[in-house]
Design a protein around this ligand. Structure first.
Ligand code: AMP
Ligand code: MN
Ligand code: MN
Ligand code: MN
Length: 280
C-alpha cells in the first residue's frame, strides 16, 4: 500500500477546515488519494459522514483525530490513527477536550471583546463556525469579517498566538493520557509536525523519549515544505526511536493553493510506515 497515494492529516468543517467531510473526501479522491485519515482537532464529529463519502467514491477512510496535548509547559499535537471511533475511552477523552475548548473559547471571546473592541466575540465565533467550542481560526475569521484585522494571519499575530493578549492557556490532556487512550482504542499515536514546535534537536529527542516510553508509535515525517536539514533530523529520529513514519498534508482549505491533499514528498523505500500498524 505504501506506493499508493495516502494522506493521514487533514481538517474539515467539523473543526477548523473549510470543506464539509464529504467535500473533503471528494477532493481527496480527485487528487488521487486512495487512503485518507480525517484528523479534525479534538473531535470525531466528521468521521461518520467522511466514511459514507469514502465508500461512495471508493477510497478508504482511516479514523483519525488530532489531539492537543500538554507536555510540560508546552502544547503539542498528537494524531490518533486507525482506532475504534466508538471506543468509550476515546469518546470520554474527546468530551474532556471539548469541555476545555468551550471554556477556552468563552475566555478568548471575553478577552477579544476588550482587546478588539467588539461585542459578543464568543457568540460571533459560535455562529460563524456552527460549533460551541470554536478554535482560534474561527476567531481569526470572525475578526476579519468584523474588519478588525487585515487577514487571518494578522489576527493570530495581533491577538491569538501564544504571547499575545487573547491567548488563553488550556488544560489539555497530557501527552501520556492521549497516547494511552489512542492505543486502548486500538490505534497508533503519531507526533504531528515535529518541526513546528521550535524544538532544538535535544528537546525533540527528549520529547520523543517520553513519547515512546508511553507508547507512541509514529512520527509525521512526510510533510510538504521540509528543508533537507529537517528531513535529515526526522530520519535520524525515526531510526533512533524505532518509530514508524506517517505523512500528511495538514490540508485545511482550498484557499491555501500551495497545499493539496495527498501531495507529499516521495517515500524512501526502506522507511517503515505507520500503514503496517493500522492494517492499511
Ligand atoms: P486551536 O486548535 O484553537 O489551538 O487552533 C490551532 C489551529 O490554528 C492550527 O491547527 C492552525 O490551523 C491554526 N494556527 C495555529 N497557529 C497559527 C498561527 N500562528 N498562524 C496561523 N494559524 C495558526
Ligand atoms: Mn488547524
Ligand atoms: Mn497541528
Ligand atoms: Mn492539523
Amino acid at each position: 500500500m505504501s506506493d499508493s497515494c495516502f494522506d493521514f492529516h487533514c481538517h474539515s468543517l467539523a473543526s477548523d477546515g473549510a470543506l464539509t467531510p464529504t467535500e473533503l473526501v471528494q477532493r481527496a479522491a480527485e487528487a488521487g488519494v486512495q487512503l485518507l485519515a480525517l484528523t479534525d482537532h479534538d473531535t470525531l464529529a466528521g468521521l461518520a459522514e467522511a466514511e459514507q463519502a469514502a465508500q461512495a467514491v471508493g477510497i478508504r477512510l482511516v479514523p483519525g483525530i488530532e489531539l492537543s496535548v500538554g507536555w510540560g509547559s508546552r502544547e503539542l499535537h498528537v494524531l490518533g490513527l486507525g482506532f475504534d471511533r466508538q471506543h468509550e475511552a476515546m469518546l470520554a477523552l474527546v468530551q474532556t477536550q471539548q469541555q476545555a475548548r468551550t471554556v477556552r473559547a468563552e475566555r478568548i471571546g471575553a478577552r477579544l471583546d476588550k482587546a478588539a473592541g467588539l461585542a459578543n466575540s464568543y457568540q460571533r465565533a459560535v455562529s460563524l463556525s456552527g460549533q460551541e467550542a470554536p478554535g482560534r481560526p474561527w476567531f481569526a475569521k470572525m475578526l476579519l469579517q468584523a474588519g478588525k484585522v487585515r487577514d487571518e494571519q494578522h489576527a493570530f499575530n495581533r491577538f491569538l498566538k501564544q504571547g499575545q493578549s487573547c491567548f488563553v492557556p488550556t488544560p489539555w490532556v497530557s501527552l501520556e493520557q492521549a497516547v494511552v487512550v489512542i492505543r486502548r482504542a486500538g490505534g497508533v499515536a503519531v507526533l504531528a509536525h515535529p518541526t513546528r514546535y521550535n524544538f532544538t534537536r535535544r528537546k525533540l529527542r527528549a520529547c520523543l523519549t517520553d513519547f515512546v516510553a508511553v507508547g507512541g508509535g509514529g512520527l509525521e515525517v512526510l510533510t510538504p515544505g521540509l528543508n533537507p536539514q529537517q528531513q535529515a533530523l526526522l530520519a535520524e529520529c525515526l531510526h533512533d526511536f524505532a518509530l514508524h513514519a506517517s505523512g500528511g498534508s495538514d490540508f485545511h482549505t482550498p484557499k491555501q493553493t500551495w497545499l493539496e491533499l495527498g501531495r507529499l514528498p516521495p517515500v524512501p523505500t526502506d522507511m517503515p510506515l505507520v500503514h503496517s500498524l493500522i492494517g492499511a
